[in-house]
Design a binder for this molecule. Sequence first.
Ligand code: AMP
Ligand code: MG
Length: 344
Amino acid sequence: MKKIGRVLSAVSVMFIMASCASDGSVPEKSADEKQSGSLFAMDTYMTVTAYGEKAEKGIEATQNEITRLEKLWSVTDENSEIYALAHSGGEDVEVSSETEELLTFAEDMYLRTDGALDISLYPVLRAWGFTTGEYRVPEDKEISELLLKKGADKIRINGGKASVPDGTEIDLGAVAKGFAGDMAVKALKEQGVTAALLDLGGNIQTVGEKKPDGSSWKVGIRDPHGEGIAGTVEIGEKAVITSGGYERYFERDGVRYEHILDPDTGRPAESGLASATVIGGEGRMCDALSTSLYVMGLERAGEFWRSTGDFDMILITDEGGIYVTEGMESRFKASSGNVTVIRR
Ligand code: AMP
Ligand code: MG
């Protein structure tokens, strides 16, 4: 469940400390004792598990940070900066430094990915019902008219102000959680937390190269064709972020329509991939890339990786084939079947 847009003001943010004693007091903590906190934000469940004495403060700080960012970026909250941007009739609106940074990043990724990542598809996503759950299959003509408004390169950003052309609307669903994860990692570190695992609706980010017991972080990669996992990956301080059609879709007349759109056609991407996982140092980059590599498909994604290469990926095809870049060769263990290694 992904849509940052559907969360909105109505969302009650629940934050539950998992290791409180029954009388509500917080027990004494040792260096490798862990605590977990959960919240519902950005339309998804998030859990932060932190280790050590600073865990509780760190978890609280991540909650505050994520809640703050959600208020800036919700598409339907009339007080959000993203709402203001879409409803200003093309005029400049003031934006926070975080929003400016995220929009600049997304525009840059639009260019780097040849438009495969395009945060201006909101009107097209709405036509399909992906923003509301009222699903329908739009006519070709409707889609082609809505596509005239897209293009993340139309976003103008300048010194704390931003604008989009009248009729263009932004949807940060493909990048917001990765960015929020980076900010949450920063908040944890500022509180002195040296080991933590964040699960922001399936986006995994870690703090610390290892768990306090000296073992590596182990992350399951969901099998896009079933309920279990396709394999596990061992990582240090990284982000592991997956995009998959299975996360949101609907069916009409036996056809399955999935939530990640090919910006060229305005229709669900049919790239031959069932999921794309990106492993790298920054959540925002992994989130942007997982969505765009999913749109690109196996071959183009391989070319993209060879030309830039500061990340690893695990691609699972519609037929169940698993492809990993060479950095994952010894770190990824498949639950079953063969793995093909993509080399430079
Ligand atoms: P993710 O799960 O990070 O891949 O993000 C998917 C979400 O991003 C979708 O649910 C849409 O809200 C939005 N989206 C769909 N297609 C695209 C695209 N090609 N570029 C950017 N955002 C998209
Ligand atoms: Mg993404």
